[in-house]
Design a protein around this ligand. Structure first.
Ligand code: 13P
Length: 252
């Protein structure tokens, strides 16, 4: 049985005092939840305050990116040891917005992933096709390329600690969710790839989240699919009412 995992990706939103207000509401409303892992991923500037507020709770903190070197002359970067020191547990790697706007490639995703694993951070690795790729029937080629390139060289044991997020780019921030069947089809494909790249036991144990316009209204239908193990939530994670409803929507 894979435990559902719901992560809120706050993207470029919320200064520390706004972030603390939000996580205090989440703490109040989600304190008893045991059926799902809950993660919030604020921007770097709010990580310290959010981590302090969530100490010894059932809500974990994630970062939205990291650099692969531990320290040195890399102006503007943030490393895995720096994140660990703040109490960060998860890290999103290879989000499509980073691939699209910041030249992220499978190679750099792989370097970040190895750095995260080396320091005991739990990676959430994002994969997904854009609209042109879906419309030209390239979805599976892109997913294969993202998975093989990003997860290259990992051992099966390391892979078991990775969460994969399938985020079709055309569904992000557009209000157009993939249908549960469309998402399930790609999740099954990803699990098949993981079986080929690692082994069956690993493929069965890895959690695959869906991301792209997830709301309280569509979470239940998505979670009813056997290979959808949670969600990576953007817009709806910025308000406690909607994020709490999404977490509660994963209860089977
Ligand atoms: P939305 O939920 O706003 O579509 O964003 C999804 C996403 O990119 C999460 O990482």
């Amino acid at each position: 049985m894979r435990k559902p995992i719901i992560a809120g990706n706050w993207k470029l939103n919320k200064v520390p005092h706004e972030a603390v207000l939000l996580v205090n509401e989440l703490k109040r409303d989600l304190i008893d939840v045991e059926y799902a892992d809950i993660v919030v991923c604020p921007p770097f500037t709010a990580l310290a305050d959010v981590a302090d507020t969530l100490t010894e709770t059932n809500i974990a903190v994630g970062a939205q990116n990291l650099f692969w070197e531990d320290s040195g002359a890399f102006t503007g970067e943030i490393s895995a040891p720096m994140l660990k020191d703040l109490g960060v547990v998860y890290v999103i790697i290879g989000h499509s917005e980073r691939r699209q706007y910041f030249n992220e490639t499978n190679e750099t995703v792989n370097k970040r992933l190895r750095a995260a694993l080396k320091h005991g951070l739990k990676p959430i690795v994002c994969v997904g096709e854009n609209l042109a790729q879906r419309e030209s029937n390239k979805t599976f080629d892109i997913i294969k390329d993202h998975c093989e390139g990003s997860l290259k060289g990992l051992s099966a044991e390391e892979m078991k600690g990775v969460v994969v997020a399938y985020e079709p780019v055309w569904a992000i921030g557009t209000g157009k969710t993939a249908t549960p069947d469309q998402a399930q089809e790609v999740h099954v494909f990803i699990r098949g790839l993981l079986e080929k790249m690692f082994n069956k036991e690993t493929a069965q144990s890895v959690r695959i989240q869906y991301g792209g316009s997830v709301t309280p209204d569509n979470i239940t239908a998505l979670m009813a699919q056997p290979d959808i193990d949670g969600a990576l939530v953007g817009g709806a994670s910025l308000k406690s009412v909607s994020f709490v409803a999404i977490v509660k929507g994963t209860k089977k």
